[in-house]
Design a protein around this ligand. Structure first.
Ligand SMILES: [Zn+2]
Length: 85
């Protein structure tokens, strides 16, 4: 899945891969994204698209599922962004 949703979260944190939280555990105003391990680009996705495609997942399982524009899809950092409320 490409990181293409044109969201601009106010801020974001990097998900701790040791934490067992899931997509459905995210708050309404939180968005999912990733930072590419190869080029450093940050991109965002629509949570509902992810849910439809893969179902509810532990966030750390998403690390190798998002594909960056540069073609890389491994070892990405999962990001949790916060939209304006
Ligand atoms: Zn990249």
């Amino acid at each position: 899945m490409k990181l293409t949703t044109p969201l601009q979260p106010l801020s974001f944190i990097e998900h701790d891969p040791a934490m067992y939280n899931t997509i459905k555990g995210l708050q309404e105003w939180e968005v999912l994204g990733a930072r590419c391990s190869a080029c450093g680009r940050i991109g965002w996705v629509d949570k509902n698209t992810v849910l439809r495609r893969w179902g509810d997942q532990y966030l750390m399982n998403l690390r190798s599922r998002f594909r960056c524009d540069c073609g890389n899809r491994t070892d990405n950092a999962v990001l949790i962004g916060r939209l304006p409320r």
